[in-house]
Design a protein around this ligand. Structure first.
Ligand code: 5GP
Length: 190
């Protein structure tokens, strides 16, 4: 596998990292989004197979694990598997772009280990758990149960901040976009 850099954006679900990653993709044609494989249900009106995720059955996902198709994979939430396919990174680097990831904290640290100095690992931090809770509720896509699972996991994930190359505090979204763009520009120059 050759060349290209990698931007790894990680944070607890609901921290706004997906919004930041999408904006970076809109503004930087030299970035390609690493579409993960996932076994979770598609969010009906907002998500597309092959764009947001490759939505797989558990059987299909397990087959890919057996065939060693993943750089990393994880059961992010009980019963829901997520993973980064080797073929995805190859696809993006072959097209001459740098790759950008939107993954959970553990996956991010595994990717950072894999890509080493070619990768910038960014921890997107919400100002507080209370704000995270509000954002997840506002999204309206979570049941009570999945909301509390996500919050429980978020508190744990917050403890990994210092293992990242840099923290991006996501309070005001416009400011965060600007900070994220500066991180990308600086890392591409380095
Ligand atoms: P969601 O269900 O909200 O789309 O994603 C749940 C969590 O899984 C998020 O933190 C998301 O970033 C993470 N995730 C998405 N793709 C991957 C992946 O390929 N590997 C890992 N480890 N986590 C992922």
């Amino acid at each position: 596998m050759s060349q290209g850099k990698a931007f790894i954006f990680a944070a607890p679900s609901g921290s706004g990292k997906t919004t930041i990653v999408k904006r970076l993709l809109d503004n930087n044609p030299n970035l390609g989004f690493s579409i993960s494989a996932s076994t979770r249900d598609k969010r009906g009106r907002t998500e597309e197979d092959g764009k947001d995720y490759y939505f797989l059955s558990k059987e299909e996902f397990k087959q890919k694990i057996d065939e060693d198709d993943f750089i990393e994979w994880e059961e992010v939430y009980e019963g829901n598997f997520y993973g980064t396919l080797k073929s995805e990174i190859q696809r993006i680097w072959d097209s001459g772009n740098h790759v950008i990831f939107d993954v959970d904290v553990k996956g991010a640290l595994n990717l950072k280990k894999y890509f080493g100095d070619s990768a910038l690992a960014v921890f997107v931090k919400v100002p507080s758990i209370e704000i995270l809770k509000e954002r997840l509720k506002d999204r309206g896509t979570e049941s009570e149960e999945s909301l509390s699972r996500r919050l429980y996991k978020a508190e744990f994930e917050m403890t990994f901040e210092d293992k990242f190359d840099v923290t991006l505090l996501n309070g005001d979204l416009e400011e965060s976009f600007e900070k994220a763009q500066n991180l990308v520009d600086d890392f591409l120059k380095s």
